[in-house]
Ligand binder design. Structure first.
Ligand code: FES
Length: 162
């Protein structure tokens, strides 16, 4: 008889464990749903925009850059050239296959080491396989300071007259 009594007592304990397990499972599912909703909520509040690098560069006062001087901006891949007509911001990226040109001060030219294209200080092709002149960017004077805006490609002959 003792054996049957043991079985009868074991059943409520098993029922309790199953309830507890189902309760835990339900709580876990609710917590997971809450977490998912929170993540979506936070993503909704975060602006869904592409942040682009600012492509405006301060150069300096125009009167500090004499006619004929070339300011090289290697990180920005731009040359600022003070031509007789005004300031020109010229890309340093070769129009052939996109290599970085270099300024050769003794020859007064831009040279592309990849395939030998040569440009004069106005960006015109004077040698090599480059198909067209180097494009120019917008240059303005803002509060007395020269600023290049590399997000604005200008006419190939654009200069800022100061
Ligand atoms: S990339 Fe400049 S000459 Fe070819």
């Amino acid at each position: 008889m003792a054996l049957i009594d043991d079985l009868a007592e074991a059943t409520p304990q098993l029922e309790l464990d199953r309830r507890k397990a189902l309760g835990l499972l339900g709580s876990g599912a609710l917590a997971l749903a809450g977490l998912g909703t929170s993540i979506v909520g936070v993503q909704y509040l975060w602006p869904n925009v592409l942040f682009e690098e600012d492509k405006r560069y301060k150069i300096g006062r125009p009167e500090d850059i004499p006619v004929g001087q070339v300011v090289v901006l290697p990180r920005e891949k731009i040359y600022l050239v003070h031509l007789n007509e005004g300031f020109a911001a010229i890309t340093a990226v070769c129009t052939h296959l996109g290599c970085m040109t270099r300024y050769e001060s003794e020859e007064r030219r831009f040279f592309c080491p990849c395939h030998g294209s040569v440009y004069d200080l106005e960006g015109n092709v004077t040698g090599g396989p480059a198909p067209k002149k180097l494009p120019r960017f917008q240059v303005v004077v803002d509060k007395g300071v020269l600023m290049i805006d590399a997000s604005k490609v200008m006419d190939p002959d654009f200069v800022l007259k100061v």
